[in-house]
Write a protein that binds this ligand. Structure first.
Ligand SMILES: Cc1ncc(COP(=O)(O)O)c(C=O)c1O
Length: 400
């Protein structure tokens, strides 16, 4: 039958969060006050100056196609920001502005992965990494980490997993879903392992501006500038500047790969939206110090949420260095029964139960390759955090 879907779709799993979101919406439609920790985006509006720049771009007639890899001013500004922050020279020719960082990762997947390739992905991982690899017919290989190891992949684990089939290694720091960020010493140790092994290294640093307690955010590029010819940094405007809906991200890649990404993107989305690129140009003018209030707010929420989670019986939780997620282990709840006689056998069931009984929406850890855990985004106001913790406490007290 010619009118069928491509077979590659059979290997891609639909998002595990969709069913939870649908149920949360159903409850809300019934008038239930659901507190959601599901969102992967800041809960405040894009700053006024950035919004104004987007509006100005439209009014100035910036409504036509741009070059595939982005307007020259933005590529130059991204290169300048990266050179400053990562202390390794980047040029505009290395920058591909894309439709979100997800678009940058998808361009890279199209340009690099093919059947037979293995792509190493530390787990827990962001949901789209393995699915993009599978869509291209390559194989994701997971490097497990544990809460006790601070959710970090060890150099030994990485060394064991590297094979001649390893096409790329995908590192995310700070991480979605754990918030864990590698220190300079940890990155050095990973770079040491990667140095003799010929493969691409993709460093997703989209949460790099969201680190707390004075944590020193270090780029893999900073510790391993000698790997520049096969190291790609992925970054974007979504998380740092509350611009998720503008859909602007980028990659900073060695120039030959950047040319390939231009070819790939030119046959697909073509470019990020013109007015969104001008808005992002304004975002990059924001001094990092101006982001301090946002960081302070996230840090206060993180502290409140993690302390509250740790106080619940049967819960363990690391203190994340960055991003805006907490990733508690809830194994202590598994095997126990709810008053209605439901035995909680896994994190998916826990998620459904919390939504139905406590009206708190969270994401199951299995979606990120870590069963027995939950992901809670603290892009949620403090009052909602307190109320949700109280609800969780009451729900857990009913388990037998
Ligand atoms: C680790 C990570 N990388 C990339 C992205 C993609 O961000 P965007 O496409 O909005 O720029 C996300 C979004 O959730 C993420 O968590």
């Amino acid at each position: 039958m010619a009118s069928r879907l491509a077979s590659r779709l059979s290997v891609v799993v639909p998002s595990a969060t969709l069913a939870i979101n649908a149920r949360a919406q159903e409850l809300r439609a019934q008038g239930v006050d659901v507190i959601s920790f599901g969102a992967g985006e800041p809960d405040f509006d894009t700053p006024t100056a950035i919004r104004a720049a987007g509006i100005r771009a439209i009014e100035d007639g910036r409504t036509r196609y741009t070059p595939v890899s982005g307007i020259p001013e933005l590529r130059a500004a991204i290169a300048e920001q990266s050179t400053r922050d990562r202390a390794v020279p980047a040029t505009a020719a290395m920058v591909t502005v894309s439709v979100g960082a997800k678009g940058a990762l998808f361009n890279l997947a199209l340009a690099l992965y093919e059947p037979g390739d293995e792509v190493l992905i530390p787990a827990p991982y962001w949901v789209s990494y393995p699915e993009q690899v599978r869509l291209l017919g390559a194989t994701p290989v997971f490097l497990p980490s544990t809460l006790d190891a601070g959710w970090k992949c060890s150099p030994e684990e990485l060394a064991r997993a590297l094979t001649p089939r390893t096409k790329a290694v995908l590192l995310c720091s700070p991480s979605n879903p754990t918030g864990a960020a590698y220190t300079r010493a940890e990155l050095n140790a990973l770079a040491q392992v990667l140095r003799p092994h010929d493969c691409w290294i993709l460093a997703d640093e989209i949460y790099g501006r969201l680190v707390y307690d004075g944590f020193e955010q270090v780029s893999l590029l900073t510790v391993a500038p000698d790997l520049l010819a096969r190291l790609v940094v992925i970054d974007g405007a979504s998380k740092s500047y509350a611009m998720t809906g503008w859909r602007v991200g980028w990659s900073i890649a060695p120039a030959p790969l950047a040319r390939a990404l231009d070819t790939v993107q030119g046959q697909g989305p073509t470019s990020a939206a013109t007015m969104a690129q001008y808005a992002t140009l304004e975002a990059l003018r924001i001094d990092d110090a101006e982001l301090a209030p946002m960081r302070a707010l996230f840090q206060a929420r993180r502290d409140r949420l993690v302390a509250g989670l740790r106080a619940l019986p049967g819960v363990r939780c690391a203190l994340p260095e960055g991003a805006f997620y907490a990733f508690p282990e809830i194994r202590g709840w598994l095997g126990r029964s709810t008053p209605s006689g439901l035995t909680l056998s896994d994190d998916l069931q826990v998620t459904r139960w919390l939504l139905d009984e406590a009206h708190v929406a969270v994401v199951p850890g299995s979606a990120f390759g870590a069963p027995g855990h939950l992901r809670l985004s603290y892009a949620v106001g403090s009052a909602a955090i307190d109320e949700a913790l109280a609800r969780l406490g009451r729900a857990v007290a009913t388990l037998v």
